[in-house]
Design a protein around this ligand. Sequence first.
Ligand code: NAI
Length: 343
Amino acid sequence: MTLHQAVLIPGDGIGPEVAESVIRILEAAEAPVSFTRFSAGLAALENGQDALPTETLEAIQHLGVALKGPCTTPVGRGFQSVNVQLRKQLRLYAAVRPVRNLAGVSSRFEDIDLVVIRENTEGLYSGVENQVTDDVVMSMKVATETACMRIAQWTFRFATKRKRDKITVFHKANIMKMTDGLFLQCARHVHEHDYPNIEYEEAIIDAGCMKLVQDPTQFDILLLENLYGDVVSDLCAGLVGGLGVVPGANFGDDQAVFEAVHGSAPDIAGQGIANPLALLMSAVMMLNYLNDTRGDDACKTVATRLKRAYNQTLLERQTTRDLGGSLNTQEFTEAVIQRIPAT
Ligand code: NAI
């Protein structure tokens, strides 16, 4: 059996709590992955390191795969987001967030099965902000043809591989004619030249959001630039039960970092009540990625068993408080472990 080496970044706030839960579940399922811990974010600063230590970046570059808990970013001051830096420095240009209803988790809609794909490296997250005059500040939105083409090609390839029928681009090219205009131009080009058989549509993001909350089942894949993708991911999480049930992955050409959509939830950190499911689902995505990229069926088998275990746990309504249940993190962890099918 191959034992895959991966980086684990527990992160801040609820990060270490949900990471510990997921590691326990992976160990119980005998997942063929061995993790080495590295820090980032506040945890790294507290160790006397940089917010994003070089050794953490190098470890991900070397091993190619990481499971990451959320990292806190100070609001309106302090260091640059570790998440943004990590995605940029490792060129993890495609963020993928599958959004699905789960049996046992109540939500306003049924049959939601969409994927949010977010360009992860530029847009308003370029981090270029200037003090122009005493009372004027400016933030620069950057779009490059390279990054817009790269994410468009990646998304159409993903749609083909996953047998998905339709891609909808949310944009604001009526106002941001150059930046969002380029994003659209690239998506249209890739559609027309390489993937004419995949249905393609565009929606101005304000109207798109209205359509999303009226009937999310009309969407299949949503492709968005960085900021829109960030916001719409959380909106979509709300459609299927909340941030506790939406996993995510950040893909580059050579590396992938798997993390939940949610943040470090400082309001509940340290209370032992965080829902580890979104990070567990991200770990399942990681196992499927190891199967896809390294051809290791054992990873796929464990991923399938873990999926069965958490689906059964939810079906029996054994859930944490955010999903209406009464279990704490540890009790939910045990509940999932008890439901892992035998090999
Ligand atoms: P958040 O996602 O941390 O929390 C929003 C709300 O959802 C809170 O009420 C929280 O208690 C709840 N929540 C989130 N995850 C939960 C879970 N697993 N179980 C139960 N409840 C959960 O968003 P917020 O408060 O805007 O951000 C907090 C910090 O996290 C900020 O510093 C932000 O920059 C950072 N952040 C980091 C991300 C990452 O590392 N990828 C992503 C999003 C935010």
